[in-house]
Every structure is written in structure tokens, then in C-alpha cells.
Design a protein around this ligand. Sequence first.
Ligand SMILES: [Zn+2]
Length: 281
Amino acid sequence: MPELPEVEALAHHLREHAVGRTVGRVDLAALTALKSFDPPVTALVGRPVTGAGRCGKHLDLDCDGVHLVVHLMRAGWLRWSDSLSATPPKPGKGPLAIPPGAPGFDLTEAGTQKRLSVWVVHDPAEVPGIATLGPDALDISLPDFTALLAGRAERLKTVLVDQQVLAGVGNAYSDEVLHTARLSPFATAARLTDPQVRRLHTALVEVLRSAVDRSVGQDAARLKGEKRAGLRVHARTGMPCPVCGDTVREVSYASRSFQYCATCQTGGKPLADRRLSRLLR
Ligand SMILES: [Zn+2]
């Protein structure tokens, strides 16, 4: 699932390549992807692209006051092309394409679950998921971050991925941040010591900044989909931890899982895995 670094890299690409151009055409191939009805998608046509940015994990293309907001959800991607096909996309192929004749982009989604969402709005805050976003993870200050954790009785893993608490971090980068900070995913947020909070804040900013740089460097918008490199524990179950060599472990829920290193993060103690303990009972 694209998170802050990937979406930031896509926004960066749009700032460099789309801003200054005029929207020539918009094709909507999957009607269900569009979650707003006023203004219509056609309101974008003929407008100059004046900005591109990111709100949490949402991508925001500003077309002179009419915003195209996209949430890529689990398997969506934005693919830029310097010369898009002149024929509109076939229904079911991709949710949306904005080809002004020559350059433009497609929004595509892999898999059978179609969840990618698109809004056309006058103000990004009209999008329900944006109105409730917490502060952005890329530039939250240490005092703000400290205050944010202080009132939280939940586990760190839960707090870091809650978009209403902190915007932009998902399952993958929360694993990486916790590993870099050498903290247990199950630690209670409010009970961290001051040095632990400082370590977590430093890890958060460093992990996200370097992931943004990598994603921008590989020109994310020209790739077919999300491609991550440099992960230390996420999606590496059974492989050695690059820091200490211990085997990366996993905790599984119904439809998702996360990874961690016991030696680096939990004092060597494996965390309870509900799926595993059920099998053993
Ligand atoms: Zn380790």
C-alpha cells in the first residue's frame, strides 16, 4: 500500500511535470472510483494545473481551485506517461486518465478489490478522510509528537498508523520506524520515557525522509507500481535482521501482519501472535 513516501514522490513528479500544463481531457473508466458528484469531473477540463501536493496518504492535484484528490488505497498507482494513448481507456482498465493529448497520467489498480478513490472538490478538506487527519508525520516537531503520544493508552503500532493521530504512516513504515527506534510495537504510547520518545521521533523523520528521497530518485511515477527498497524488517519474515542478524518475526491478524526483530526491539522476547497460539492450542 502506498504510504507517505510514495505519495510524496508522485506529488513531486506532478509538480515537476504537470504544473503549468492545462487539463485537456479526463476519462473516467470506473464510475465507482469517483466519490464526489459536485463539481463534475468535466470541471477539470480546460483548467491549468497550478499545484500538486499530499494530505496524509492522499494525492492532491490543484487545477486552479478545482482539486482532484486521489487515495490509492491498497493496490492503486499513478503512472505518468509523456505520450498517453489518444483513445480513452476501456471500462475496467483503469479508473481515471488525464491525457491532454500528449503527456498525462493513468490511475490504475491491481487485484480484484477495486478500492481506489477519487474526489473532485473545491477544497481538499471536503474529503472526509482529509478533514480528520492528524499532523503530518514528515514534519511534526518533537514537542507536538511528545504531546500526541502522551494521552495514548494504545500500543505504539496502533498509534503510528492511526491517520487521525498522525498522517501518512501505514503498516510498512511503522514497522521500519519502530525497528529503527528499537521499540516494541506493543509498547504503550503514553508510557515511553523521554529518551524513547526522542528516539522514536528521530527514527520517524529519518526513515520517512530517506524513503521519500529513494522514491523520488527512482522516479516513482514512471514505474508500474509501488516499488520499495531498503526495508529492514517489513515484509521480511524469516530473513535476518540487517542490524543484529536475528530472524525477523511476524505477528498476524485476520488480514494483515507486521514484522519486527525481537533482539533489537523486545529484549529478545517474541510477541504473542494470536494466529500461532491458536494453532498450538
Ligand atoms: Zn535485529
